[in-house]
Design a protein around this ligand. Structure first.
Ligand SMILES: NC(=O)c1ccc[n+]([C@@H]2O[C@H](COP(=O)([O-])OP(=O)(O)OC[C@H]3O[C@@H](n4cnc5c(N)ncnc54)[C@H](OP(=O)(O)O)[C@@H]3O)[C@@H](O)[C@H]2O)c1
Length: 327
């Protein structure tokens, strides 16, 4: 169970390619599919404005391209019902287009010969399984949520278990993505259509139902929003909590540190350095808590701030899922 294919070589597909290479898992990547010409994909794999130049040679071959003498097949097939996974004996398809998120669409990959499908976002109809939180069951289709929930859910899990949460407000301050506009354009969420590199853009994100499913005790006690800022990558989540029991900022930091050194080692980390968003780029954790910003007012009103690289951190979780799904 170790032959992967990626459908959609955008930001996440290409970051996952690099993460797999860094972690020694690239030999398992057998095929990738996107719409762009092969030369353009090779160029974008080599030169990346966020993650720098990929130093190993990528050579075009008849059927795709090769890296370190490992050949990866490339196809340009927009129709998922025509992707030929069976002849390539693909075990897991990473569905990274952002377009095919319903289980009936994931089933198309299975119909074409794949054994399992790993989504790179929420599914329209399947529950989300978040690494380090509710990841015990692995089924044919895994929907690991998005980068935000992978940052927030482990932290809520730690605090809920140790202290108890009465209610929570979450604001995800994040760089822009390809689902925003470069210059003003019509868009169904009006603010989302404004020039992404030009303004601070608040908009709604509806991760509330997902959080309420993972933490039933928080039902009707969660509010969320996103603030998009003019940077191309990196994020800071601002979590404001009303706690059930009294604590202090120091105790909260110690609790997170203890979890970061034990069961949440690869998922959560804490720093006391005065970092800024560019310092979190290429950090593999889902959440890097900024300990100096942890505050508690009156014992029960707490603020936790955590950084994440929305591309690199999340792609590391995808690579973790691939190992687990391969067992
Ligand atoms: N970016 C992040 O920080 C982040 C983090 C976590 C999760 N995610 C999620 O991951 C998914 C992908 O996001 P992304 O940022 O990587 O988006 P992206 O950069 O737009 O990548 C999607 C890629 O899929 C290609 N594509 C479109 N239609 C296709 C088709 N029918 N068959 C094959 N390829 C197709 C796109 O080509 P065109 O450009 O030509 O359309 C593009 O190269 C989204 O669901 C997103 O929510 C993103």
């Amino acid at each position: 169970m170790g032959r992967y294919a990626i459908n959609g070589m955008g930001r996440i597909g290409r970051t996952l390619f690099r993460v797999l290479h860094q972690r020694g898992q690239l030999k398992n990547l057998i095929a990738v599919n996107d719409l762009m010409p092969k030369e353009n994909l090779i160029y974008l794999l080599k030169y990346d404005s966020i993650h720098g130049t990929f130093n190993n040679e990528i050579r075009p071959t008849n059927n795709g391209f090769s890296v370190d003498n490992h050949e990866i097949r490339y196809t340009q097939q927009p129709d998922i019902s025509k992707l030929q996974w069976q002849p390539l004996a693909i075990d897991i398809v990473i569905e990274a287009t952002g377009l095919f998120t319903h289980s009936s669409e994931m089933q198309q990959h299975v119909a074409m010969g794949a054994k399992k499908v790993l989504l790179t976002t929420y599914s329209k109809d399947l529950p989300s399984t978040i690494w380090g939180v509710n990841d015990q069951q692995v089924s044919t289709f895994v929907s690991p949520g998005d980068c935000t929930i992978n940052c927030v859910a482990p932290l809520l899990h730690i605090v809920e278990q140790a202290i108890g949460i009465e209610s929570v407000h979450i604001n995800v301050i994040q760089g822009y993505t390809t689902r925003q506009q470069l210059i003003d354009a019509p868009y169904k969420g009006l603010r989302r259509g404004r020039a992404a590199a030009h303004s601070i853009i608040p908009f709604e994100v509806n991760i509330r139902p997902i959080l309420e499913t993972i933490f039933p005790a928080l039902s009707e006690k969660v509010e969320t929003m996103s603030t998009r800022v003019p940077i191309p990558c990196g994020a800071l989540v601002d979590i404001s909590l009303i706690l059930k029991n009294k604590t202090k900022a120091d105790s909260l930091n110690k609790l997170i540190q203890q979890k970061a050194e034990t069961e949440m080692k690869n998922t959560v980390a804490i720093t006391f350095d005065p970092i800024v968003s560019s310092d979190v780029l290429s950090n593999p954790h889902s959440a890097l808590v900024d300990g100096a910003l942890t505050k508690v007012t009156n014992g029960t009103h707490a603020k936790l701030m955590a950084w994440f690289d929305n591309e690199w951190g999340y792609s590391n979780r995808l690579a973790d899922w691939l190992i687990r799904m391969s067992r």
